[in-house]
Design a protein around this ligand. Structure first.
Ligand SMILES: *Cc1c(COP(=O)(O)O)cnc(C)c1O
Length: 488
């Protein structure tokens, strides 16, 4: 066999390469395993896991010096590793924030990896950069953001918050004694962003929320005024556009008015709830978000994409690049015309995977109407779950239903049960659902009260999944209350 005319002898086997038929066999088997998993998903549990003592003996081994057959390695991963995890895409996955990626999105990640795309610069990835611009522009329009806003894909909402906070800090002139503001419902990712940009922990002001878990505007005004009087420099206020615990949306319009008048950067953390904006109802609920200086989004949550896919949009695009663009010698060849952005100039990553492709491919395949319906379905199912809770004599509703989240607890209407007992009963219910029921549910604490929490986002979920889970909770609740009442 002769080697190709370019680049030397290719007839020798290469250490880290596979023959084409082996490549195909491996990829085909991987696809088969995933499709089988998808078919079996609903019949199994939403969670499986194992203690370290069980896993370590299987996996803490020396790497083999010689290789093993690829199919065998793949089967082992599929048998011994991947099943021991939450199945976040299960129809009864209601814990934390679930996600159910679409298949074109999964395949897009495979394609992006296979093409070895590095989305750092236009020179290394012009096609991918153009798609990233296109998808970011979809997001911009869905949120009602003005032209001139720019953005980038990130690993998730955490990285988006960090990038936003850097831009805010630089826009404020990187002052000494900087302070930042967020409600007691704000995600830890945002607190961490403040930490990462060098705000001292005691300068992160946690503003109380009202009885609907929305930031208290009066408290914000007071905190900022006191800080200014004491010589601090407020640089950013972070608003929840869907808080993780309850789905609560902060008073975005009022916060935008206030931040505008005070000249403080307003960041909207919409990692959880932002994509509700593609529906008419969601757009109404999120009104005011378009006035924020920056918005963090997570397509890997309510836009049905595989991890990792986060996104940051900044209203005045130049503020993002002013904060991040450094043009080192090693990248001197990457400046390709004034109108070609280099995404590395917009955030902390240099080497970047091509995350926009998954959104682009899945939207091309299914169309926006399907995405809109899938997002609306989550809101509708959560509203039905809330009705069920409100009409149940055994359940107490604990937060106004918002954006797919329902918080409640077992608390019988016809009996006085003290708080300590109630917490014990609800913890028992949570543990029994975890160990005995196919559903995965988690809990939160709302104004000091232990709450069960269902987050209903997956496009795989049907009403029966929600209803049966609620009925199981009621049954476990009755049993736990009976056990408490029984003489010791
Ligand atoms: C998930 C989430 C984050 C953090 O995003 P990651 O994608 O996990 O990094 C921040 N804020 C809210 C409201 C979230 O739901």
């Amino acid at each position: 066999m002769t080697s190709s005319s370019r680049g030397g002898d290719r007839s020798q086997p290469r250490d880290l390469a596979m023959a084409p038929d082996e490549m195909l066999d491996l990829a085909r088997r991987a696809a088969e395993l995933l499709v089988e998993r998808d078919g079996n998903l609903a019949a199994g549990d939403a969670w499986d896991g194992e203690f370290g003592e069980g896993l370590a003996p299987l996996l803490m081994e020396e790497p083999p010096e010689g290789g093993r057959p690829a199919q065998e390695v793949l089967e082992r991963a599929a048998r011994e590793i991947l099943p021991y995890a939450a199945r976040l895409d299960h129809p009864r996955s209601f814990g934390f924030i679930p996600t159910s990626p679409t298949w074109p999105g999964v395949v897009a990640d495979f394609m992006a990896a296979g093409y070895t795309i590095n989305g750092a610069t236009w020179l290394t990835a012009s096609g991918p950069s153009q798609v990233e611009l296109a998808v970011i522009d979809w997001f911009r329009r869905w949120l009602g953001y003005p032209e001139g806003a720019v953005g980038l894909f990130t690993s998730g909402g955490s990285a988006a918050s960090v990038d936003a906070f850097v831009a805010a800090r630089e826009a404020a002139g990187h002052p000494e004694r900087a302070t930042v503001y967020m409600s007691d419902q704000t995600h830890i990712a945002v607190r961490r962003a403040a930490m990462v940009i060098g705000v001292r922990p005691e300068c992160t002001r946690i503003v109380p929320s009202d009885q609907d878990f929305r930031l208290d505007m009066e408290a914000l005004r007071r905190a900022v005024a006191e800080d200014r009087a004491a010589g601090f420099h407020p640089i950013v206020v972070s608003a929840n556009a869907g808080a993780g615990s309850t789905g609560a949306i902060d008073p975005l319009e009022a916060m935008a008015d206030y931040c505008e008048s005070e000249g403080i950067w307003l960041h909207a953390d919409a990692a959880y709830g932002g994509f509700a904006a593609v529906t008419e109802e969601g757009r109404g609920l999120l009104r005011g978000i378009e006035r924020a200086d920056s918005i963090g989004l997570d397509p890997h949550k309510w836009f049905f994409q595989p991890y990792e896919a986060g996104c940051l949009l900044v209203r005045d695009g130049s503020k993002l690049e002013d904060a991040f663009a450094i043009r080192p010698d090693i990248l001197q060849d990457t400046i390709w015309g004034a109108n070609h952005p280099n995404f590395t100039d917009r955030g902390l990553q240099i080497s970047r995977s091509f995350r926009a492709l998954k959104v682009w491919m899945s939207v091309q395949v299914f169309g926006m109407a399907a995405f809109r319906r899938a997002i609306s379905k989550g809101v509708e199912l959560a509203a039905r779950a809330q009705e069920h809770v409100l009409s149940s004599p055994l359940l107490e509703h604990l937060s106004p239903g918002s954006l797919g989240v329902v918080c409640f607890r077992v608390n019988p209407a016809d009996a006085e049960v003290d708080e300590t007992t109630l917490e014990r009963v609800n913890r028992t219910v949570l543990a029994r659902v975890f160990w005995e029921d196919p559903a995965l549910m988690s809990s939160t604490v709302l104004k000091g009260t232990f709450a069960l929490r269902l987050c209903i986002l997956n496009h795989t979920t049907a009403w029966d999944d929600v209803r049966e889970t609620l009925e199981t909770i009621e049954r476990f609740g009755r049993e736990a209350l009976a056990a408490e009442a029984a003489p010791q």
